[in-house]
Design a protein around this ligand. Structure first.
Ligand SMILES: *Cc1c(COP(=O)(O)O)cnc(C)c1O
Length: 228
């Protein structure tokens, strides 16, 4: 883990770049939230970011989120699930996370409804923009039908995507595609779909220029992850 003061400095630098990008886009800086992608980081690293002002963290694995949430229970953190959710982990997930960003099946929506009927569980729908078979997510073509089949079971707040790793200008096209899809789906379903979760360390500014309301940033704040 990086020293605490470095985490604080890197967080501040990301926040400055976010404000800058929002201004360039003619957007209110407060309309973009930073979710720190904290997979593999020890609770102490999250605590350092919290002390420096971060309030939202995204975990990829339910069990890792459960452990970190318990370790940091005295801190007022909003936890997001940003990794794939298996239906058999849904019970722990609804107890741990305030937003599940990766809804990708009818079966999972039904499980979330059983576990969290009132109010409905807040979710984003994960969209597989490039049709990558290695990735989870609903295809853009199927998104409208999917929304209509799960909208009574979960509180759909918007869309999330992890575009394929490409250069920043190409990434920006994916981000625009996701925003246009959101606009289309909102018009056709009558849902507001306010949230667009897109953009990571290498491309969060491009995402903000295209309308991201949530960026998910890991390495820019915590440093490179050890592969493992
Ligand atoms: C790891 C991860 C991120 C953050 O990636 P960085 O490149 O470290 O900023 C964002 N979203 C998801 C779903 C991730 O798994």
């Amino acid at each position: 883990m990086l020293p605490k003061n470095q985490i604080a400095e890197r967080l501040a630098a990301v926040q400055v770049r976010m404000v800058d990008a929002a201004r360039r886009a003619g957007r209110e800086p407060s309309s973009v939230r930073l979710v720190l992608a904290s997979k593999t980081q020890p609770p102490e690293a999250l605590a350092a970011a919290f002390a420096a002002g971060a309030r939202e963290f995204g975990e990829n694995y339910v069990q890792e989120g459960v452990i970190k949430r318990a370790a940091l229970s005295e801190l007022d953190i909003r936890w997001h699930l940003i990794g794939h959710l298996q239906t058999n982990k849904a019970r722990a997930a609804v107890r741990t996370f305030s937003l599940i960003q990766t809804l990708d099946s009818e079966r999972l929506a039904a499980a979330l409804f059983r576990l969290h009927p009132t109010p409905l569980m807040p979710v984003l729908i994960e969209i597989n923009l490039a049709g990558e078979s290695s990735k989870a997510g609903i295809s853009p073509e199927r998104a409208e039908a999917f929304i209509n089949s799960v909208r009574q079971q979960v509180d759909i707040q918007g869309l999330m995507a992890i575009p394929p790793p490409v250069a920043e200008d190409r990434a920006r096209q994916f981000f625009r595609q996701l925003r246009e899809l959101r606009d289309r789906l909102a018009a056709r379903t009558g849902l507001t779909l306010p949230e667009l979760s897109m953009g990571m360390t290498d491309d969060f500014e491009a995402a903000i220029l295209e309308g991201a309301t949530i960026v998910r940033v890991g390495r820019a704040v915590f440093g490179e992850r050890k592969e493992g």
